[in-house]
Design a protein around this ligand. Structure first.
Ligand code: SAH
Length: 247
């Protein structure tokens, strides 16, 4: 009887301890594999970014530095450095790393510049920009995403990023003009307020289109716009009153 009770008690203690240690091991490899994530980032930059022709050393080092896994839900940690967009909630996605790199390179950013991003999403693109310029302004139309991204960026120590919830179609007139503007949701036409908020010599990179979209680079030169079509892309559509009002 005594022996039976002792073995029951032992089981009672051992099973949870073994179970907990397995869990810890799992959490350990998922949550704290610093080395693994660094290696994954290096591989991402080599195989997805450099191989496709992105060369700007400042852009490449920002992509090596910013921990993309911190911008996706925990269940996607293991795919955080794969060659694809990933869900971030509210039906939205964090863009494919190559597209982030390409758009950032096209912006030709200098250290002392001020950039506006439309479509904060997870905040990843904003963090990449914050590594490269003095000031980043980012607008997200879905309030819950804006809230999460704002806190995430603060927690990660980015003091040069301002995030606000609102309709990015209208830009951020109080902070304008901007040296560069990046739009990460697709409008069906080029938003006029954003062109107005671009400095002389400023660059804007954005996807335009409804079903098929083209990534465009626009340079404002002597009040005129020089537009180049870069590649076909797939982004979530730009929403909001601004874009609807202009249809
Ligand atoms: N740059 C993001 C990914 C953007 S996904 C990242 O690095 O994670 C596009 C985002 O644009 C979505 O979060 C969507 O809610 C937002 N969006 C769509 N229309 C918008 C608008 N009019 N103003 C601001 N944000 C908008």
């Amino acid at each position: 009887m005594v022996r039976k009770m002792a073995s029951m008690l032992l089981g009672f203690f051992i099973i949870p301890v073994v179970f907990a240690s397995c869990m810890n091991e799992k959490r350990g490899t998922e949550l704290n594999p610093k080395g693994d994530f660094k290696a994954m980032r290096e591989k991402m930059v080599d195989t997805q970014i450099k191989k496709r022709g992105v060369k700007d050393p400042r852009v490449l080092s920002a992509l090596l530095k910013v921990e993309r896994h911190r911008f996706v839900p925990e269940e996607y940690f293991s795919s955080a450095y794969s060659d694809q967009p990933l869900p971030i909630g509210e039906g939205q996605t964090i863009s494919q790393p190559y597209i982030v790199a390409l758009m950032t390179e096209l912006l030709e950013l200098k250290e002392d510049e001020k950039v506006l991003e439309i479509g904060t999403g997870s905040g990843y693109q904003a963090a990449i920009l914050a590594e490269l310029v003095e000031e980043v302004y980012s607008i997200e139309i879905i309030e819950s995403l804006a809230f999460v991204a704002k806190n995430r960026l603060l927690k990660l120590g980015y003091q040069n990023v301002k995030v606000k919830a609102g309709d990015g179609y209208l830009g951020w007139p109080e902070a304008a003009p901007f040296d560069a503007i990046i739009v990460t949701a697709a409008p069906d036409h080029i938003p006029k307020p954003l062109i107005e908020q671009l400095k002389e010599g400023g660059r804007m990179v954005l996807p335009v289109g409804i079903y098929t979209q083209e990534l465009k680079k626009i340079v404002k030169q002597s009040g005129k716009l020089e537009t180049t079509d870069v590649i076909p892309v797939v982004f979530v559509p730009m929403t909001g009153e601004g874009v609807k009002g202009k249809r």
